[in-house]
Structures are given as structure tokens and as C-alpha cells.
Design a protein around this ligand. Structure first.
Ligand code: AHR
Length: 318
């Protein structure tokens, strides 16, 4: 092959990939809009799709698994080029994932896991949810030292992988510290409103909150709701009751800057970037990605310039 011909072939290969990926139709089944983090994930997915020239079919499941299953069936019937799904709960996906596989439509899981066989999806993009909980638990154990500490826990959506794994991780993080114990634990469904409501009942049951040393919330939104409840009970969140949670949304950094929250473990909302990269490689030549593409989790405390972190995040779609 002459040099000119080789250059032309190479250039063609590059542009074929770009053109091939452009115009792809992606079905995205989102859980809903329960938290600031979820809103940011939706915004970033839309932006990424637009930048790459995809056509995104967006479906909001309003927290219901049956809506997600119906959305997936509709994407399959349309013959989309790929499906993204953030699965609200971990169980009950086998049948619909089998249908997608039968139709040869690659499925990518975003931010939450399912208990189905990993043959049924192309890859899953997400953080190590157990590790997030463990980091939060270890931070708290270090913070309280030898002091006795009665902890209340706000769990995420019942049956969701972050609620299951963040609980297990936190318990592992405090297990070697007999002075720390979880005295109350209930779901707040990852929402600010339920975080506040459940925290009010915890405060009432625990001597107006005087018997609570710390709150562990499975996401920042529930923590923000709980902070409001603590203030309304006449206590100082961040001082009288330590607050540790997960996500790294702007509002929690604002609360940390005001001394009302103590620590958060960041979860990036950019799950779509790695998901689309994996899909592009797969469309190009069938390259199979790793079954789990792990995003980073980072601990932030009041010592990590929370006001600056707030400024850096406030325009990002949270
Ligand atoms: O699955 C990720 C979790 O879901 C986020 O921590 C939470 O905010 C969201 O609703």
C-alpha cells in the first residue's frame, strides 16, 4: 500500500468511528428526581449525549420499577442502539434484561447494581458503594475517638443497592469500635423531605436529640433535611450532632461551610461519560468493556475548603 493510500485508510477508520457513533439512539431510563445528585446525573447525561451527537430518549420512572421495565420494553420495541438504566432496586430485572439481550441491544447500568447475571448487560458504571459507607464509618470512628457515640442512620430507598451496600460498608467501618453503635435506622428514601421527617421522629425518641451523637445519612439530601430538623429541635447540627453523608452535592458543602455538616463522600454524577466511551468502543469493533467501570469516591471534611467546593459545583446541574 502506498503511503498516501495508507493515510487515507487510517483517516477513514477514524472518521468512520465518529460518524458511526453520531446519530445513535440511546434509551435512558432514569429513576426519577429524588435528589440533587440525581438531577446532576440527568443533566450530565443529556449534555454528554448532545456533545456526542446522540439522540437521547429520556424516560423518568418516578421511582417505580414497573415504569422502568415498561420504558425498557418500549426502547426494545423501537430498536434503540443502546439502553442506559439507573435501576431503582436491585432485584427483578432478569426478564427484561433477557429481552434486551435477545434483541442484541447493549445495556449499561448507571450508579446502581442489579442482582442479575452480568451476562445480561454490557457493563455497569458506578462507585464502590460499600467502600463509600466504610469511609464514612471510619471517618466518624476517628472523629469521636474513645467517646461513646449513639448513631442514627437514614437509609436510602429500601432494596436499592446503595442503601444495602452503604449500610454494610458503614457497619464495617465502625465494627472495631465498641463505643459506637447504631441505635436507630430507617429509610428516608433518599429525599430531603423524608430525611427531615424521619429525623424528627429520631429526635423525639432520643430525648429531644440529646442522646444522639451522630447522624449517618446514605445521601446528602436526607442529611440536609435532617439538619433542618435538628435546628428546629433547638440543637446545633455539626456540633451537638455530627453529620456525615454521601454524594458531595453543593448544598452539603454549603452546610459544611456553615459548620452544620461535618463530612461527605463524593459520588461523581458523570456516569454517562464512561458509559458512552464503553459503548463507542463496543460499537466500533465489538470491544467488551470490563463488567464494572469504577468511579472514584473522595472524602471531604470541613477542612477541605467547603465554600470553594460549593462554588465549583453550584452551576453543574445539581
Ligand atoms: O444511586 C446513587 C444514589 O441515588 C445517590 O447517592 C442518591 O443521592 C441518589 O438518589
Amino acid at each position: 500500500m502506498t503511503k498516501t493510500l495508507m493515510t487515507t485508510v487510517a483517516a477513514l477508520a477514524i472518521s468512520t468511528t465518529a460518524v458511526f457513533a453520531e446519530g445513535q439512539v440511546i434509551g435512558f431510563s432514569q429513576i426519577g428526581s429524588e435528589s440533587g445528585w440525581r438531577a446532576a446525573e440527568t443533566t450530565l447525561t443529556r449534555n454528554q449525549a448532545e456533545e456526542r451527537g446522540y439522540q437521547l430518549q429520556f424516560s423518568d420512572a418516578q421511582q417505580k420499577q414497573e415504569n422502568q421495565i415498561a420504558a425498557l420494553r418500549s426502547f426494545i420495541a423501537q430498536g434503540v442502539d443502546a439502553i442506559l438504566i439507573a435501576p431503582v432496586v436491585a432485584t427483578g430485572w432478569d426478564a427484561v434484561l433477557e429481552e434486551a439481550k435477545e434483541a442484541e441491544i447493549p445495556v449499561v447500568l448507571l450508579d446502581r447494581q442489579v442482582d442479575s447475571s452480568d451476562d445480561l448487560y454490557l457493563t455497569a458504571v458506578g462507585s464502590n458503594l460499600v467502600h463509600e459507607g466504610q469511609v464514612a464509618g471510619e471517618w466518624l470512628a476517628k472523629e469521636v475517638g474513645d467517646k461513646d457515640c449513639r448513631i442514627v442512620e437514614l437509609q436510602g430507598t429500601t432494596g436499592s443497592s446503595p442503601a444495602i451496600d452503604r449500610k454494610a460498608g458503614f457497619e464495617a467501618g465502625i465494627k472495631d469500635h465498641a463505643n459506637l453503635s447504631i441505635v436507630r435506622s430507617q429509610t428516608g428514601d433518599f429525599t430531603r423531605a423524608q430525611g427531615k421527617e424521619v429525623m424528627e421522629s429520631f429526635l423525639q425518641a432520643e430525648n429531644g436529640g440529646k442522646d444522639i451523637c451522630a447522624l449517618y445519612a446514605h445521601n446528602d439530601d436526607m442529611a440536609v433535611g435532617a439538619i433542618q430538623a435538628i435546628k428546629e429541635a433547638g440543637l446545633k447540627p455539626g456540633t451537638d450532632i455530627l453529620v456525615v453523608s454521601i454524594d458531595g452535592v453543593p448544598d452539603i458543602f454549603q452546610a459544611m461551610a456553615a459548620g452544620e455538616a461535618n463530612a461527605t463522600v463524593e459520588l461523581t454524577p458523570n456516569m454517562a461519560g464512561p458509559a458512552f466511551d464503553a459503548l463507542e468502543a463496543f460499537w466500533k469493533d465489538g470491544t467488551a468493556p470490563e463488567k464494572f467501570i469504577q468511579t472514584e469516591s473522595k472524602l471531604f471534611t470541613q477542612a477541605d475548603d467547603p465554600a470553594g467546593e460549593y462554588e465549583a459545583r453550584k452551576g453543574l446541574g445539581y
